[in-house]
Write a protein that binds this ligand. Structure first.
Ligand code: MN
Ligand code: MN
Length: 315
């Protein structure tokens, strides 16, 4: 099986002139819309092998095609974006942070008969519904992507600075544990969130790389260089792939196309790659042809939610 590896690390990118650097708001919108684009682009090839994607999509998928196992419309998003919107909506409704409001929003989402739901998410939401307990039992084996993939609103709506860092960690782990009681899920959620916070504050890929290296040093399951080639829905496989793509890609578009063509949990890998790449390059780097196809209701909700979450930061 030929993998879509980047053959060489590209030379460092020339620094952008100061006038073209994206603003904080452009980075935040880039992250959230980039996330939704990755979800909608990758979902039609979720659970496929790269060879199957090549055979079905003329060598390489680089447009909003719809279809796949969920029989999606082009531009339709899945559980990844929906869970983010549920979490972000709960933060806004409670004016900041109220964990029970987050859990209740997940219940309302599950009752809305979503197009897909991960097994661990379903189990955790049902447990909360039946017992009122906000924390999943500790899991030993199952560290799926469910908690990691929905944490972006916490990144966007939590204050900056050192006090904000502690609050960000507390909120991230609390929302994650509603469904996922796994140390690697917590570590992945925190590391990706910290990287996104760094990017939103104007940091670059070198600072993100330090966070990724620290994560890999603490938990060898996350060692990503060289890329081990796994794309399951396991948090370690997912972040290895997201890191490899984001650290090597030359543009938002190149990162997303590379991410989804690796197959496996392609929508989630695409979404998380879009979160980082969108935060780094900003919303103006998102291809117009993809944004035009993105579900209009979702597009509008993300813009409104991003603005409102950013204003929570300073409360
Ligand atoms: Mn999904
Ligand atoms: Mn997925």
């Amino acid at each position: 099986m030929k993998l879509f590896l980047f053959s060489e690390k590209p030379p460092p990118l020339p620094p952008q002139p100061a006038s073209s650097l994206p603003s904080a708001k452009e980075r935040a919108l880039g992250a959230y819309l980039g996330f939704a684009l990755g979800d909608a682009l990758g979902a039609p090839v979720e659970f496929m092998l790269p060879s199957e994607i090549r055979a079905t999509h003329n060598g390489r998928l680089d447009q909003m095609c719809g279809g796949g196992w969920l029989r999606l419309k082009p531009g339709q998003v899945t559980d990844d974006t929906q869970m983010c919107l549920a979490l972000g909506g709960a933060m806004l409704a409670s004016g900041g942070w109220e964990l029970r409001a987050v859990a209740d929003a997940f219940v309302a989402w599950l009752r809305s008969r979503p197009i897909d739901v991960g097994n661990t998410c379903r189990r955790g939401i049902r447990r909360y519904l039946q017992t009122g307990i906000l924390q999943a039992e500790e899991m030993r084996e199952d560290a799926g992507n469910g908690a990691l993939m929905r944490n972006l609103p916490v990144v966007l709506g939590t204050p900056d600075g050192e006090a904000g860092d502690a609050e960000f960690a507390r909120r991230s782990v609390a929302q994650a544990r509603i469904t996922h009681g796994h140390v690697l899920s917590d570590a992945a959620t925190l590391a990706l969130g910290r990287m996104t916070r760094v990017l939103l504050a104007g940091g670059g890929r070198a600072a993100c790389r330090e966070i990724a290296d620290e994560l890999a040093a603490r938990f060898p399951a996350f060692v990503f260089d060289p890329w081990p080639g796994r794309v399951s829905g396991y948090v370690a496989d997912t972040l290895q792939t997201v890191f490899d793509v984001f650290f090597h890609g030359a543009s938002f578009e190149e990162c997303l196309v590379e991410a989804i063509n690796r197959g496996g949990d392609a929508d989630t890998i695409g979404a998380l790659t879009g979160q980082l790449a969108g935060a780094f390059w900003g919303v103006s780097a998102l291809p117009e042809r993809w944004l035009r196809k993105l579900d209009t209701r979702i597009h509008n909700e993300i813009i409104a939610q991003t603005n409102a979450l950013l204003s929570l930061k300073t409360l």
